[in-house]
Design a protein around this ligand. Structure first.
Ligand SMILES: C[S@@+](CC[C@H](N)C(=O)[O-])C[C@H]1O[C@@H](n2cnc3c(N)ncnc32)[C@H](O)[C@@H]1O
Length: 312
């Protein structure tokens, strides 16, 4: 997945302001912090710039994929307003605007001054954009919005359950929560999902149903997006690979009932001679499916499915 051209250029300009060795050291600090589960304590302008260069493309790809799944389950829903909490440099708002260009009002709530300044420099493509520098642990307020998002944030707050309930209260259409695609990230999503169901939400994505999550036995529901690495990113990571795979878990909860889904593909489909093997979450639970030539159109459709696709 590639960034929108305006964002790609803006991020490249931010990265160009940092000497390569600084970007490399800053990127290593960010990676170590996120790997260790302890986000950087205070984000300096340089760390924020490094976040834009090395993490934003990946979190953008995850957000765009999650929001696209939501759009496919709510095809007649057209959000025009959004609230993004723990917005960082506004990544999720950029993704939301790519999925629903009709979004005309965005409120971005972020604790770190450096992130707010960076986000203002990147300028999300939404006509009315308000940045609010606030800490989610203290008093904060935002007007209700059609689409509410918290992308890669739940793991950074102490009382995620309370935050989820507050965010749902602000949501007039759909709430999207995204976390790293790790067992710990998935557990946070799973807990939030159960909480939202108890609050009366419809689960629109990735799940094809609103019943109990059937994932068990140490497995975790996650998806992956391939992300192109910019030249600055390759220099920062000192690697030759032109891409990386961002793994993420998420849930999208909606006020409207989503269109029915046959299921969600949970692993890379295995395309063999004359048949395709699929692992999917379906309204009847987790299933291993085989589509063979004798399935006709369903077999042909299965050959085009990918990890994260809606089952056809
Ligand atoms: C991993 S970054 C994610 C940024 C962005 N949402 C994205 O997807 O790229 C987490 C962001 O949440 C912000 N954050 C963490 N705790 C917060 C809090 N208590 N109040 C407000 N923002 C917070 C951090 O400053 C950081 O910008």
């Amino acid at each position: 997945m590639a960034l929108p051209e305006a964002l790609r250029q803006a991020v490249a300009a931010v990265a160009a302001d940092l000497p390569p060795h600084d970007l490399s050291a800053l990127s290593a600090r960010l990676s170590a912090a996120y790997r260790g589960g302890t986000p950087p304590p205070r984000l300096t302008p340089d760390l924020a710039a490094a976040y834009a260069a090395v993490r934003l493309p990946a979190t953008f790809a995850a957000a765009q994929a999650a929001l696209s799944q939501l759009r496919n389950r709510l095809p007649d829903w057209h959000p025009t307003s959004t609230v993004d909490v723990g917005a960082g440099p506004g990544t999720a708002v950029w993704a939301a605007a790519a999925v629903w260009p009709e979004i005309s009002r965005a409120t971005l709530l972020e604790r770190e001054e450096a992130m707010v300044a960076l986000g203002q420099r990147l300028r999300p493509p939404v006509p009315r954009t308000e940045w609010v520098q606030a800490d989610l642990r203290t008093a904060w307020r935002a007007d209700p919005a059609d689409l509410v998002m918290a992308s890669y944030v739940l793991g950074e707050v102490e009382d995620a359950a309370n935050l989820v309930a507050r965010l749902w209260g602000l949501t007039t259409g759909a709430l999207v929560l995204i976390e790293p695609g790790t067992p710990a990230g998935f557990q946070r999503i799973r807990a939030a999902r159960a909480h939202l169901v108890a609050l009366g939400a419809h689960i629109a994505a990735p799940c094809p149903h609103g019943g109990d999550c059937p994932m068990a036995g140490g497995d975790w529901c996650h998806f992956a997006e391939r992300v192109e690495r910019s030249a600055a990113h390759r220099r920062a990571k000192g690697g030759a690979l032109g891409y990386e795979d961002e793994k993420f878990s998420f849930v999208a909860a909606a006020r409207l009932e989503p269109v029915p889904s046959a299921g969600r593909v949970l692993r890379h489909p295995q395309v063999r001679r004359g048949h395709v093997l699929l692992q999917a979450c379906t309204p009847d639970g987790l299933q291993r499916l085989t589509r063979t030539r004798s399935d006709g159109e369903r077999y042909r459709a299965a050959r085009d499915l990918r990890w994260g696709s809606e089952l056809r």
